[in-house]
Design a protein around this ligand. Structure first.
Ligand SMILES: Cc1cc2nc3c(=O)[nH]c(=O)nc-3n(C[C@H](O)[C@H](O)[C@H](O)COP(=O)(O)OP(=O)(O)OC[C@H]3O[C@@H](n4cnc5c(N)ncnc54)[C@H](O)[C@@H]3O)c2cc1C
Length: 501
């Protein structure tokens, strides 16, 4: 097969766009990435304020084998690009009653923690982990790499039995966890992971307890230098495989002929294309770039979808030891259900929110000046709610007050050296994110696997989609898998083209 003349245009240089481009460059295509921002990486970009470095989005490096397997395709290892540190304390949870709880890399310790909070908590945790490991392993084997073009692949008795009876798809994670644990604290520990999936424990199927396996059994890692090391590695891999990267250029329209995109048009120039891969916001591209008769998923489709929350992010450079914090920290309010209700149902600015904060300088001193810390605070916000300047300032003061209280920081304003807020409007402007959603589509039952928007267009033959809106879903590891699904689809399409032309 001669692919050397085939031109692939990739719209968007997020993790999905970079990872797909590297694979297609490696397979022999001529690949060009068009990215609207100055930096590639998308939500995984970095921010530098004075001498403080911040990863803007992802901070949890989970499912390390997915990264390893990806690099292996090129005969590489992650260690060729970055050094991984396994965190001893996975995360520290702060409860409203001032108690804290650490989940660690030591499973026995975790079992004892569970036992202290609930009779037989250790045995119950063991049981949950056994079930979540089963689902994780089966899902990785049978579901996660699927493109759901041909549903016959699912029609195997053993898999059907698992889907119907063992994957726990038909009740919420909250219902599952509540049936096992009575302790409200332990319930929260096992439920908060749904936020990684852009959902809430009340609308995410219990199937996603598989994340508990990734957390407790597979471990939480940190790439020295920050998550942006992953982006740098993917960029390097892409460029070594001949990929051309254009930044500060935005795709505005496409030219279509005979159900194929023949050119991608940016604010600067048209790019002729044989194949197009879209990593940009899926609903945005379908409804704002494609003409109506070429939309597989029109506006009416997206209106019925459950979007993930947006996020109110505060990046802080602070002169304080933050002794109370660890690398990953979570604050859980007693008002747990209400926060999710406000975000998902009422779509209101949360009154007493649970939130997360990241202090990578607990592990990596290189990210901030001596005796200072780089901190990112993340508060889930309703999608489609955009704060004006006054609301944003008021919300930031409220969160910082709580942060200062939990960390026992006196006069926090005087300790802050740099500060930047990033919220719904920024997600909209910087990534064209529909409703300013931070994590794309939530993982509800009807937005999982075969029900999720497909990795390919049904209306345009040479158009493919990669990234968090499509299969398998949200997060860096799923997006790396998404890239492999799309590379396979493109290769099959390229093969057909070569046979017919
Ligand atoms: C705050 C936050 C925290 C997170 N934490 C974690 C975590 O701890 N661990 C984890 O694994 N995952 C985490 N995630 C999720 C993870 O970051 C995403 O799922 C993943 O990075 C999405 O990658 P993507 O390639 O699908 O999309 P994106 O990163 O959104 O990339 C899409 C790219 O397309 C570009 N683009 C859009 N429109 C156009 C256009 N018209 N023309 C050209 N370019 C365009 C955008 O600028 C962007 O660069 C987090 C996300 C956020 C926001």
């Amino acid at each position: 097969m001669n692919l050397s003349g085939r031109r692939v245009v990739v719209v968007g240089g997020g993790i999905g766009g970079l990872a797909t481009s590297a694979l297609l460059g490696h397979a022999g295509y001529q690949v060009t990435i068009i990215e609207k921002n100055r930096l590639v990486g998308g939500r995984a970009r970095y921010l530098k304020l004075k001498n403080f470095f911040f990863d803007m989005g992802p901070s949890w490096y989970m499912m390390p084998e997915v990264f390893e397997n990806y690099f292996q395709i090129f005969g590489k290892k992650t260690t060729d690009y970055y050094k991984l540190i396994r965190l001893k304390t996975h995360y520290r949870i702060f409860f409203e009653n001032k108690t804290t709880l650490d989940i660690t890399s030591d499973l026995e310790k975790n079992k004892q923690t569970f036992k202290k909070l609930e009779k037989d908590g250790n045995k119950k945790l063991e049981l949950v982990l056994k079930k979540s490991a089963f689902i994780y392993n089966q899902a990785m084997k049978e579901l996660v790499f699927q493109d759901y073009r041909d549903l016959k692949t699912l029609l195997r008795p053993k898999l059907l039995f698992d889907i119907l009876f063992r994957f726990d798809l038909f009740r919420s994670l909250h219902d599952y966890v509540k049936a096992v644990f009575r302790s409200k604290k332990l319930q929260k520990v096992l439920e908060y992971t749904t936020v990684f999936l852009g959902g809430s424990p009340f609308n995410t199927p219990a199937f996603y307890k598989l994340v508990t396996h990734a957390d407790f059994n597979l471990g939480i890692y940190y790439p020295k230098g920050g998550i942006y090391q992953v982006v740098k590695a993917l960029k390097d891999l892409a460029e070594k495989n001949g990929v051309i990267i254009k930044t500060k250029e935005e795709v505005k329209q496409v030219t279509i002929s005979h159900r194929r995109i023949i050119a991608v048009v940016t604010d600067k120039t048209p790019y002729p294309a044989d194949i197009v891969v879209v990593n940009a916001d899926y609903p945005f591209f379908e409804t704002k770039i494609l003409p109506p008769n070429y939309q597989t998923y029109p506006e009416s489709y997206w209106r019925k979808k459950v979007f993930s929350p947006s996020a109110f992010l505060i990046y802080l450079g602070i002169r304080h030891p933050l002794e109370k914090s660890d690398h990953h920290n979570l604050f859980f309010t007693d008002d747990w259900e209400n926060h999710f209700r406000e975000v998902y149902q009422k779509r209101a600015i949360p009154t007493n929110p649970s939130f997360y904060w990241h202090v990578p300088t607990k592990t990596d001193l290189s990210l901030a000046p001596k005796n200072h810390h780089s901190v990112m605070i993340l508060v889930p916000m309703p999608p489609g709610v955009f704060l004006n300047e006054d609301q944003s300032q008021a919300f930031s003061i409220k969160i910082l007050r709580q942060f200062a209280h939990l960390n026992q920081v006196q006069d926090i304003e005087k300790k802050i050296v740099v500060k930047k807020i990033f919220q719904g409007t920024d997600f909209l402007n910087d990534y064209r994110a529909t409703l300013g959603a931070a994590f794309g589509l939530a993982h509800t039952f009807f937005q999982t696997a075969l029900f999720r928007p497909k990795n390919f267009s049904s209306k345009i033959k040479n158009l493919f989609y990669v990234g968090q809106h499509t299969n398998p879903g949200v997060g860096m590891p799923p997006v790396l898998i998404s890239a492999q699904i799309v590379a396979k689809l493109v290769n099959e399409y390229g093969q057909r083209l070569s046979e017919t032309h």
